[in-house]
Ligand binder design. Structure first.
Ligand SMILES: Cc1ncc(COP(=O)(O)O)c(C=O)c1O
Length: 435
């Protein structure tokens, strides 16, 4: 690009050749607060093509757990490239090592298959479960996001009038696929038990143990325990989607914290500190269905699956997460962001709440009760959030203006970032109006 490149010039060129001017619709929402294009990310800071810097609370939707450009993770990726970029046959010592690490860390992991995105991981998990049960019906919960494929991109953000129904999130989804996806309310053990009384053809139950695509719904213990008991009693695989929670909230997955072990687990995001790496792991008999020669049994495939660059990043990220008190420190800091924001809302008499868990937080305006299920997120004041995001962006803090998403903290965030955030949040809150 030429030297006098500006945010506007890059975005204008993007709009001509990339639909919406960004790789995804959610990324394009950043433009709601003004055109912006990035060219650098280091520690807790993002830099635009014009050299403006922001403290980053978006963290690429969460993968950046150690901070942008962690030197040891990046060095591991570079060293791996120097040896060879892609083999695509047999196995490698690196993939064995990372698989062994996951088996050590994640309670449900007896065997592991790598892929490159959370969406692939949930797809593979559902295919394994369908093959095991011989059934078609998948149960998911309202407000949970499991990636964009047709089996699961249903009822993540249904409008109020579509709550309780199957709501395909995209045009172009196959009705046949959506028809087999049953949607139930989160945190409702009775509804779950009733569904199992009604249906004897369930293939899989997939759940985010903490639904983070709606800020944060905290699971009730009885809900998670009921999922486990009922699925075990019916020999139906329970899939935990720990794409966000795994490694960000616990190096052993929140399944370890919550004491509920699923049959299959999907991992991605924080596992590689920003490099494309993901995994489906779980019970040996379920995973072993994919051990054939791709002519029978379950086909799991992918030219780039187990890519050495992602795996080298994962090996190093998991090492740092295991040896250093990363999760404890970012979670403690997260608690202080939440408490600080809650105090500011109270001091200014602003109707709202601060949701979150560990290193994840989000202020939600116009709603006050602690949310238990998806409906409790409906009715939040989107305009007020947008005004808050604008005020924070003007003061040097970056997160997307989507009120249903979340802000993240990395190990590169510290006291300075916390103090700066709360001081600027106080000022930004001073000019919002909540309906
Ligand atoms: C809980 C959860 N599962 C799955 C996915 C899909 O992962 P990916 O975007 O890597 O395909 C996401 C992405 O945000 C997620 O938050």
């Amino acid at each position: 690009m030429e030297d006098d490149v500006t945010n506007r010039s890059v975005v204008e060129r993007a709009r001509a050749v990339i639909p919406g001017g960004a790789q995804t619709g959610l990324r394009a929402q950043a433009y709601d607060l003004g055109e912006v294009a990035f060219s650098g990310a280091r520690d807790a800071t993002l830099e635009t093509v014009e050299g403006e810097t922001f403290t980053d609370y978006h963290l690429a939707f969460g993968p950046i757990v150690l901070g942008h450009g962690h030197p040891e993770v990046d060095a591991a990726a570079r060293e791996t490239i120097a040896e060879g970029v892609l083999y695509g046959a047999a196995t490698t010592p690196l993939e064995v090592e990372v698989a062994e690490r996951l088996v050590d860390l994640i309670p449900s992991a007896e065997q592991v298959n790598f892929c490159n995105s959370g969406t692939e991981a949930t797809y593979h998990a559902i295919r394994l479960a369908r093959a095991y049960t011989g059934n078609d019906r998948v149960i998911k919960f309202e407000g949970c996001y499991h990636g964009w494929h047709d089996y699961v991109d249903v009822s993540v953000y249904p409008p109020r009038e579509r709550v309780g129904q199957r709501y395909p999130e995209s045009a172009g989804m196959l009705p046949e696929a959506v028809k087999h996806t049953e949607v139930l309310p989160f945190n409702d053990p009775e509804a779950f038990e009733e569904a199992f009384e009604e249906f004897d053809d369930v293939a899989a139950v997939i759940c985010e143990p903490i639904p983070h695509s709606v800020g944060c719904l905290l699971p009730e213990t009885r809900f998670l325990e009921t999922l486990r008991e009922v699925t075990a009693g019916n020999d139906v695989p329970l899939i935990f989607d720990e794409v966000i929670t795994g490694f960000r909230h616990s190096t052993r997955g929140v399944q370890h914290e919550f004491g509920v072990t699923p049959d299959l687990t999907c991992l991605a995001k924080a596992m590689g500190n920003g490099y494309p790496v993901a995994a489906v792991c779980g019970r040996e008999d379920l995973m072993a269905q994919a051990s054939g020669d791709n002519t029978s049994g379950v086909v799991i495939s992918g030219t780039y699956s187990g890519h050495p660059v992602g795996l080298a990043a994962a090996r190093e990220t998991l090492r740092v997460l295991s040896e250093e008190p990363v999760v404890e420190e970012i979670s403690a800091l997260g608690e202080r962001y939440r408490a600080g924001l809650a105090d500011l809302l109270a001091d200014r008499g602003i109707e709202g709440r601060v949701v979150g868990y560990g290193s994840v937080f989000s202020p939600q305006f116009g709603v006050t009760e602690e949310p238990r299920r998806y409906e409790d997120v409906l009715g939040l004041d989107e305009g007020a959030f947008s005004e808050f995001a604008r005020g924070m962006r003007e003061r040097g803090h970056f997160f997307t203006p989507n009120p249903y998403k979340r802000q993240h903290i990395s190990w590169a965030h510290g006291e300075r970032e916390l103090e700066g955030y709360l001081a600027d949040a106080d000022a930004a809150l001073g000019s919002i109006s909540v309906n």
